[in-house]
Design a protein around this ligand. Structure first.
Ligand code: GLU
Length: 484
């Protein structure tokens, strides 16, 4: 097999709110294919729908892609040889193509008012018309001719004149032969002078040298229009890869309204690691690998990349799998890096306590990392170690056995004398409480745990004592003893 030519791929989000997880899903496949072929990955901002723009959204797109390690090679922020990369800055680029299409008879002006169009739609629905869509009233008319008829507006749009033999099938590199429905006379230039997505995407993908258009399957039905535009404008067609839509566990399409995980920012806010999210998106694209093969770096993903492996039925967004991956990546970071990420996470969230001794946190992290799912899980589990005062919760107090005072007294006696490392602490306490006094381990250490941590469950007890130090350990246990 000959090596594929260097691909130019692009992700083309509209900055209409905080970024959708689908944008990262596309970007991952764009970047992987560009990497596999030694090509480039472009980020284009599709902001032609001026009413839907949301301030700050573009910046969030850059930030979230960078966070995931999916930064583009070219973008509005980064520049590149094919700019500008923001469609609102390319209006003059589109105009000549519209004029050419009109001059060649492939497109026409339409002065129909929105009232007339919605009236037409209603009539077609009511009569269950076989042919729906625009009725071509304006086709072949001059402005003067059209102005004499009802439902006229001053500012026209430009529509495609879709021929009866419009090509409806195309080859998709994921799906093979795909058939799409016959298109309407699509508007390509709006009354405000902005192109619609359909024109802009074709012109830009061509001028930006895009070889492989990776986008969501919701665009399959638009592809015949795009193919017509390519043909009319004399542009070579790109390859198409229509990715499956991500689905909720109930199989519905994932949307920001119904699933918080549709928002890319959510993952970061929740304390997921970018490595885990990226790996999770890899798994969504490919049918689940055999057990144990699910963890893969981006480079491994690229090495094994093949379009025909991509699933075509909507992958289910199973957060349980992501939790598992997150735990895996948390444990693979190493203590120093994990500690750094925990501090960064809380700092970003605005609840980092400046009084926490980061060095102590670093030494304590190994006690909880096995049980961590999210970055935010460590501090609550280690709170007792990182603060001076421990509060005994009611639940824990109620669980104290009748002999708690005797256990605490004996424990205090041991802890005053043993060398203060986890191993010696454990040996000393065990010899006294379990062997000499004959108390079952579970009951022997319960009161000590409650005195030390304030709760019934905690990270490993003896290690926690060592980290806390003799003085603080004794003070806490005395505190509980005196309150009995
Ligand atoms: N602006 C479109 C979107 O946000 C891009 C679709 C495409 O990739 O062609 O869905």
């Amino acid at each position: 097999m000959t090596a594929p030519l260097p691909a130019r791929t692009r992700v083309a989000p509209s900055p209409t709110g905080d970024p959708h997880v689908g944008t990262a899903f596309m970007a991952l496949f764009d970047k992987a294919w560009a990497a596999k072929t030694g090509g480039s990955f472009v980020l284009r901002i599709e902001d032609t729908d001026q009413n839907r723009l949301v301030e700050g959204s573009e910046q969030q797109i850059y930030d979230t892609l960078e966070w995931l390690g999916l930064s583009p090679d070219e973008s509005p922020a980064k520049g590149g040889d094919f700019g500008p990369y923001r469609q609102s800055e390319r209006l003059e680029t589109y105009r000549p193509y519209v004029e050419q299409l009109v001059a060649d008879g492939h497109a026409y002006y339409c002065w129909c008012s929105s009232e007339r169009l919605s009236e037409l739609r209603k009539e077609q629905e009511a009569s269950k018309a076989a042919k729906t869509g625009y009725d071509r009233l304006c086709h072949g008319m001059t402005r003067e001719e059209r102005a004499k008829l009802p439902g006229f507006t001053e500012t026209p749009v430009v529509r495609m004149l879709v021929p009866d033999d419009a090509p409806l099938t195309f080859t998709d590199i994921i799906r093979g032969e795909v058939k799409a429905p016959f298109p309407d006379d699509q508007v390509i230039l709006k009354a405000d002078g902005f192109p619609t997505y359909h024109l802009a995407v074709v012109v830009d993908d061509h001028l930006m040298g895009i070889t492989t258009v990776v986008r969501g399957e919701e665009w399959i039905s638009s592809t015949p229009k795009h193919l017509l535009l390519y043909r009319w404008l004399g542009f070579p067609e790109p390859q198409y890869a229509h990715m499956p839509l991500l689905r909720n566990t109930d199989k519905s399409k994932i949307s920001k309204r119904r699933n918080p995980a549709a928002r890319l920012m959510w993952f970061r806010e929740q304390g997921y690691l970018p490595e885990a999210v990226r790996n999770f998106l890899q798994l969504l694209g490919y049918p689940p690998a055999e057990d144990g093969q699910e963890v893969a770096t981006f480079d491994e993903f690229v090495a094994a990349f093949a379009w025909d492996k991509v699933a075509t039925t909507g992958p289910v967004f199973d957060v349980k799998k992501l939790d598992w991956l997150n735990g895996h990546y948390i444990r693979s970071l190493g203590t120093d890096e994990l500690t750094r990420r925990i501090v960064a996470f809380h700092t970003e969230r605005g609840d980092w306590d400046e009084m926490i001794d980061v060095d102590l946190l670093r030494r304590a992290v190994p006690l909880v990392s096995e049980r961590m799912v999210l970055l935010g899980d460590a501090l609550p589990k280690l709170h007792f170690l990182l603060t001076d005062e421990v509060v005994i919760d009611d639940d824990a107090r109620a669980a104290l056995p009748d002999n708690a005072a005797a256990v605490l007294d004996a424990g205090l006696g041991v802890l005053e004398g043993v060398p203060f490392d986890a191993e010696s602490i454990q040996a000393g306490l065990r010899a006294k409480l379990v062997e000499e006094m004959g108390i079952k381990a579970k009951f022997a250490f319960g009161p000590l745990r409650i005195g030390l941590t304030g709760s019934k469950v905690s990270p490993p007890l003896f290690e926690s004592m060592e980290l806390l130090g003799r003085e603080a350990t004794l003070a806490r246990l005395k505190g509980l003893r005196d309150s009995l």
